[in-house]
Design a protein around this ligand. Structure first.
Ligand SMILES: [Cu+2]
Length: 252
């Protein structure tokens, strides 16, 4: 009986030691900027926060489990003239180490689902709609022309040059001409497969101006490594001026 209580105390202490500092550290987010790319989208901070919470919890559990494993390896190593000790388990300890992770996983599922459905679910009202068509090995980007409608003769097309007005919600229709590609904007924390035969819909809202990259995150062929585009986030006025100029160059 004394043995059983000792075990239970060890497991409860271990879980507390694991969860409290892990969560506190994750919520603090202090270290995040050292390895994440810059965040330039409206939902980027939510993704980072979730990532850090999961990393904090799993990181501390990892260290703890490996530590206990190491201690047990040394403490219960083979010794001569020592009889083996047989145990049939401990129900209380087993219930604790089943229920506590189940609660953690359920909490993570609900908070992930909230962020996921906000980003990948029905988009909010948008100010601009454009089309990105992936192909081996480039990004074809299409903007509506003066008529404000996509798929008409006055559309403006660019290759690998995605211009976005800062602060505006942009809806992207995502397609592929050949194989599966993955539209990845690391600084926006946005990634979505471009699947032939389907039109995906993703949205984004840039929070600052600057130059970033579009990456293909799906091994799509021999030229995959060079399937790289560029994102230019600029003021709405500069964006309109650029669109006008691109249109003039296209027709001229
Ligand atoms: Cu690709």
């Amino acid at each position: 009986m004394r043995h059983r209580k000792g075990w239970a105390r060890l497991v409860v202490t271990a879980l507390l030691v694991t969860l409290l500092p892990g969560s506190a550290w994750a919520l603090g987010q202090g270290g995040a900027r050292y390895w994440f790319p810059e965040t330039v989208s409206s939902y980027g901070a939510q993704v980072d926060r979730l990532f850090l919470i999961i990393l904090g919890i799993t990181g501390v559990i990892f260290v703890l489990v490996e530590g206990v494993l190491l201690v047990f390896l040394i403490r219960y190593r083979h010794r001569r003239a020592q009889a083996a000790f047989y145990t049939h388990g401990n129900s209380l300890v087993e219930i604790i180490w089943t229920v506590v992770p189940a609660v953690i996983v359920a909490m993570l599922t609900f908070s992930s689902q909230r962020v996921w459905s906000y980003i990948q679910g029905p988009p909010p009202p948008h100010q601009l709609e454009l089309e990105v068509t992936a192909e081996q090995f480039a990004w074809n980007i299409r903007y509506a022309g003066a008529d404000g409608r996509l798929g008409t003769a006055d559309d403006v097309e660019t290759i690998n040059q995605l211009h976005l007005p800062v602060g505006q919600v942009v809806l992207v229709r995502l397609r592929s001409k050949d194989v599966i590609h993955s539209f990845f904007l690391p600084q926006f924390r946005l990634k979505r497969d471009a699947v032939p035969g389907l039109t995906g819909r993703v949205w984004l809202q840039a929070t600052k101006t600057g130059h970033y990259e579009i990456v293909c995150a799906e091994l799509c062929g021999l030229g995959h490594y060079r399937m790289r585009g560029f994102v230019t986030i600029e003021t709405p006025e500069a964006f309109q001026a650029w669109l006008k100029q691109a249109k003039a160059e296209q027709t001229g």
